[in-house]
Design a protein around this ligand. Structure first.
Ligand code: ATP
Ligand code: MG
Length: 287
């Protein structure tokens, strides 16, 4: 079990929810609605790498306080899809997106939205744990916060400790905060990356095969953690592991060749899918 923060919440903001950082806007207007995570909605979303189309007309919703799994064979567009959800896709030269991604009802591709702020609000954890290897455990946890500047050493330490608690890593590293992040085990490094993502207090967390380089015990630990944090975040996870999708996800989307074959409650996708291709995939007949 993860150790909970002192406030009793795995995501101890230490602040009134209404004080959460709003989405950026040139006009400075945001409706200020705050809740446990925000809804992400892709509508007619297509994406390209140069002339190559990687996603075609994706329509889906990732609900707050729920886990949505993205499954499908290698190359079907899973990573591209989640990278479109926090505007990372456009960082690739020649990459392009059309359609909409709404975050709590607001188009994240609108001209007045700052992609850097979107990436803070919608955090990402990658397939391979990627802590800064020579940076200390604590400094890794607050690496994203440091970029923003403006926090004192003691504030940074407090936010770092909170993030490590939220990521279920505190007990294992509380006596090793000054050691290099690269000295932790693979599973611990991945939880350190989750801590780093949580430290900037996002509203949603995107995870791209976060367990694929981990052993079963570390995988189990991350799955437990996902279960714990989902009450406070909108979680979207890409996985190749059907058991993992079945265990952690409330909703599952099956992608094939850049298109949604089926999207629905996980138990339906696994037990009684509408499409034969979904059944073939989840039962391991291809992919
Ligand atoms: N930087 C890139 N430039 C050009 N094409 C790319 C690039 N990245 C991915 N693609 C292509 O876009 C398609 C979707 O790739 P993507 O990485 O989203 O698949 P994936 O479902 O995440 O696969 P995997 O399960 O192997 O991670 C593939 O055909 C891939 O070759
Ligand atoms: Mg991928």
């Amino acid at each position: 079990m993860a150790v909970k923060g002192e406030s009793g919440s795995v995501r101890s903001r230490g602040a009134d929810p209404a004080s959460r950082a709003p989405l950026p806007s040139a006009s400075g207007q945001w409706d200020g609605r705050a809740g446990a995570g925000r809804r992400i909605e892709a509508s007619g979303l297509s994406a390209w790498f140069g002339v190559k189309q990687a996603l075609k007309d994706i329509n889906m919703v990732a609900e707050p306080q729920a886990v949505t799994a993205i499954i499908g064979p290698s190359g079907c567009g899973k990573s591209t899809f989640i990278r479109c959800l926090n505007r990372l896709h456009e960082e690739v030269r020649g990459a392009r997106v059309s359609g909409k991604v709404l975050f709590d009802g607001r188009d994240i591709y609108a001209p007045d939205v700052d992609p850097v702020e979107i990436r803070r609000s919608i955090g990402m954890v990658f397939q391979r744990p990627n802590p800064f290897p020579t940076m200390s455990v604590l400094d890794n946890a607050v690496a994203g916060l440091r970029l923003g500047g403006g926090l004192s050493r003691s504030e940074l330490r407090e936010r770092g400790e909170r993030a490590l608690l939220s990521a279920g890593l505190w007990d294992e590293v509380k006596d090793r905060l000054d050691e290099p992040g690269g000295k932790l085990s693979g599973g611990q490094q991945q939880r350190l990356c989750i801590a780093r993502a949580l430290a900037v207090e996002p509203e949603a967390l995107l995870m791209d095969e976060p367990c694929s380089s981990l052993d079963p015990a570390s995988t189990f630990r991350i799955e437990e953690l996902i279960e714990e944090i989902k009450s406070e975040y909108t979680v979207v996870i890409v996985t190749h592991n059907m058991q993992q999708a079945a265990r952690v996800a409330d909703w599952t989307m099956f992608l094939l060749l850049g298109e949604v074959v089926e999207f629905g409650p996980t138990n339906k996708i696994f037990a009684s899918p509408d499409d034969r291709r979904t059944e073939d995939y989840v039962t391991g007949r291809f992919g």
